[in-house]
Design a protein around this ligand. Structure first.
Ligand SMILES: Nc1ncnc2c1ncn2[C@@H]1O[C@H](COP(=O)(O)OP(=O)(O)OP(=O)(O)O)[C@@H](O)[C@H]1O
Ligand SMILES: [Mg+2]
Length: 263
């Protein structure tokens, strides 16, 4: 190992260990998300579609929240607004100490890279790159040297149990493995907030359970605050809180009754 690569490895070790220190931190109940008077209206040629109006809610640091609701209720739109991928029509959206409603596109990109890990229903891995390169991509986008980024990426692949698949391209991975790589990629920048939009929606029940278990473990180990949109009430019931988006309102939903049916 050269001097440079051992320095990179030492940096990686520090980088990976740092979040673990948060495991023993006392639980903090300050809101990491505080949404006030949120409105979202889409203006289309066929007229206006208002999804929310005067929507208020908070999420405390460390919570693992499920958002459920019918198709078209606006769950993805809400996650996009929280993650600064879409702008609200009105209201304030404090997310990780930033009012994301006021960010310029450049500020929004920097905020997302720094604070948000995003996992989607479909993995959106880049097909021509290996698993390791895909995980390293956000680090390189942030200016890190390729060699250092690849070392950190390998450690994250180990964290999601896929070190031995590092050279595989997305097309050479199973659906569950693709989602685990996507999770590693979402976390490689050590975000405070994990936003997951139907992360298990494209998986069979057993694989969905494995991926969700991994989400739970990583949420706990890295002191994350996580919001997961799901149609699976069994998985939602494992979260610390369920909110149902219904007619533009977020209503607390029980997490004790599971129908086993999709919702
Ligand atoms: N860019 C857009 N322009 C106009 N309407 C939109 C746009 N994006 C979404 N919508 C509409 O907003 C509504 C909410 O969409 P959204 O994707 O947030 O729903 P969802 O709750 O995530 O649904 P699903 O469970 O099917 O994923 C839908 O009726 C959709 O057609
Ligand atoms: Mg959606």
């Amino acid at each position: 190992m050269t001097e440079n690569s051992s320095a990179a490895a030492a940096q990686v070790t520090r980088t990976l260990r740092e979040p673990e220190l948060r495991v023993s931190d006392p639980p903090v109940s300050s809101p990491i998300i505080q949404v006030t008077d949120l409105e979202k209206t889409y203006h289309t040629a066929r007229g206006n579609l208002t999804l929310f109006q005067h929507l208020d809610f908070k999420v405390s640091t460390g919570e693992f929240v499920a958002i459920v609701g019918q198709s078209g209720a606006g769950k993805s739109t809400l996650l996009h607004i929280l993650g600064a991928l879409d702008a609200p029509s009105a209201g304030t959206v404090y997310c990780a100490s930033t009012n994301v409603a006021t960010l310029t596109p450049r500020q929004a990109a920097s905020f997302r890279n720094r604070e948000i890990g995003y996992v989607w229903q479909f993995h959106y891995l880049l097909p021509e790159f290996t698993a390791q390169e895909n995980v390293a991509m956000p680090l390189m986008a942030g200016g890190m040297a390729r060699r250092e980024a690849l070392v950190i990426a390998l450690n994250w692949l180990r964290e999601v149990g896929l070190e031995d698949r590092r050279e595989h391209r997305p097309g050479e991975l199973s659906g569950g493995e693709q989602q685990r790589v996507a999770l590693a990629r979402a976390l490689v920048n050590k975000p405070r907030l994990l936003l997951a939009d139907e992360p298990t929606g494209d998986l069979d029940a057993a694989t969905a359970n494995q991926v969700f278990e991994l989400l739970e473990r990583i949420h706990a180990n890295y002191g994350l605050t996580s919001i997961v949109v799901t149609h699976n009430m069994d998985l939602a019931a494992r979260c610390t809180r369920i909110m149902r988006l219904d007619s533009g309102r977020l209503i607390p939903a029980t997490n004790t009754i599971s129908t086993g049916k999709p919702i």
